[in-house]
Design a protein around this ligand. Structure first.
Ligand SMILES: Cc1ncc(COP(=O)(O)O)c(C=O)c1O
Length: 458
């Protein structure tokens, strides 16, 4: 190897890393079904990758840029293209992305339309906590409406009842990859001039057809978000992204992600904008003439940037998105067919895709019927004891969580409930979900569904 150029040495190392991945990480890609023996652990989700991710990661490691660099810029462009919007910003998690999304709506640059303390944001109670928490963190008031079964998404007929003169936005997730009724929600937002935050964290690759045009979920909201935590459709380890079409919202999101600063020059690059020292006095607040634009802060922001190493992995993952979504749909269809008799005999409720949607499922939710005689706890214990990993539909009814209410009934968070949350309570008591991720495959689906039938009928 002596005398090799840097480029040659780099490709030798990357090639060696590829060989290592093929030899020692062989059971994480699409092509090989892990050998399966009854009783082996079946995870609800996991990373799906091959030597491409390892090669990209090693290349980024050798460059050692670490903070967002060329891989992050490329990843952001590719993400925006994949969703079909103008701007994407890679950040440290899906929760950070949701916090950026709500925080962006508080920007003074949005004038009268901005979200103020005490304004209301309509959302659902049965979902992931950090869809809702950013509303509270920004001093706004979550207004909860119930969900519908068996889509597990917002019951759009309840929206009218939730709106008030303080309503400024709606923040909703596509539950477990199943798009909410985008048509009805968008029409509602238009009628009341509301912002729409689309939490797409569990739905990368899902589609919805609006006005005859099919588009990716994450392209319908004013702002949308993704999570790249390992169970998701693509992973960068920790990581997330926030998306916007509108250039002003994009500028605000970038500012909130990068310390609140006004300047858009990328990390480690000075004066790309050419305006670093050019501001006249009082252009920005009461700062003096020529004050360094790099240190000019137009928002009370965060630092939610993520590393070039994660972005390098994400670039390889993005190429596998379509295959990942297809495998998830296939597993979903297998589980659905196998469990149909249990629905027909009245034991369970099976999930249903929202009309005009094509979900890229994150998981397979199952609700046990109240009078069937088997509790969720019994069923989940039966499955877990036999190696099948199960999950709850996240927070259940979030207003019953200790972050919201004490056991004595004292309310800890300012929120409003429009109507009742009967289905959210039902989900809290009777729903669980199992995995559909690509490595589950036919045999594991058969094994899991066989066990579910036993658990419900024993
Ligand atoms: C709907 C939803 N939103 C947000 C998040 C938060 O993502 P992260 O774990 O990357 O913070 C999750 C996590 O899985 C989620 O399911």
């Amino acid at each position: 190897m002596a005398g090799a150029t840097e480029k040659e040495r780099r490709s030798q190392i990357v090639e060696l890393a590829r060989q290592y991945a093929k030899e020692f990480h062989p059971l994480h890609d699409f092509d090989r079904e892990e050998p399966f023996n009854e009783g082996d652990r079946i995870s609800y989700a996991g990373r799906v990758y091959d030597d491409d991710e390892i090669a990209n990661l090693i290349e980024a490691a050798l460059e050692f840029w670490l903070t967002p660099g060329r891989f992050a810029r490329d990843f952001e462009r590719s993400l925006a293209r994949a969703i079909g919007v103008n701007s994407a910003f890679y950040c440290s998690s899906g929760s950070a992305a949701n916090l950026l999304a709500v925080s962006a709506l508080t920007s003074p640059l949005l004038g009268d339309h901005r979200l103020l303390k005490g304004d209301e944001v309509i959302t659902v109670a049965a979902g992931f906590p950090t869809t809702v928490f950013p509303i509270v963190q920004n001093g706004a008031i979550p207004v909860f409406v119930d969900i519908s079964l068996p889509t597990y998404n917002v019951d759009v007929s309840l929206l009218e009842n939730a709106v008030s003169h303080r309503t400024k936005a709606i923040a909703l997730a596509h539950t477990l990859g199943n798009p909410f009724d985008v048509g009805a929600v968008k029409a509602f937002c238009k009628k009341y001039n509301l912002w729409l935050i689309e939490d797409n964290c569990d739905a990368f690759g899902s589609e919805y057809t609006l006005d005859g045009k099919t588009a990716m979920s994450g392209s319908f909201g004013d702002i949308s978000t993704l999570s790249f935590y390992p169970p998701h459709h693509i992973t960068t380890g920790e990581g997330g992204a926030v998306f916007a079409n509108d250039p002003l919202l994009a500028k605000i999101l970038l500012s909130f992600r990068d310390w609140g600063r006004d300047c858009v020059c990328p990390s480690g690059k000075d004066n790309v904008c050419g305006d670093r020292f050019n501001a006249a006095a009082n252009t920005y607040g009461q700062l003096p003439a020529g004050f360094d634009h790099k240190y000019t802060y137009s928002h009370i922001g965060y630092n939610f940037q993520a590393t070039d190493l994660g972005a390098a992995i994400g670039l390889a993952q993005l190429k596998k998105l379509a295959a990942n979504a297809a495998a998830r749909r296939e597993n979903f269809a297998r589980i659905f067919a196998a469990l149909k008799p249990l629905e027909d005999c009245g034991a369970i409720i099976l999930p249903q895709a929202t009309p005009r949607s094509n979900p890229s499922w994150f998981g397979f939710p199952i609700t046990i019927r109240e009078n069937w005689g088997r509790s969720r706890l019994e069923v989940v214990r039966f499955l877990e004891d036999r190696g099948v990993q199960t999950r709850l539909l996240f927070a259940g009814n979030i207003v019953r969580q200790p972050a919201f209410v004490t056991s004595g009934g004292q309310k800890l968070v300012d929120f409003r409930v429009a109507g009742d949350l009967a289905n959210s309570d039902r989900v809290m008591n009777d729903t669980f979900w199992i995995g559909v991720y690509p490595r589950i495959g036919k045999r594991r689906c058969e094994y899991m569904t066989g066990l579910i039938a036993q658990a419900l009928n024993q």
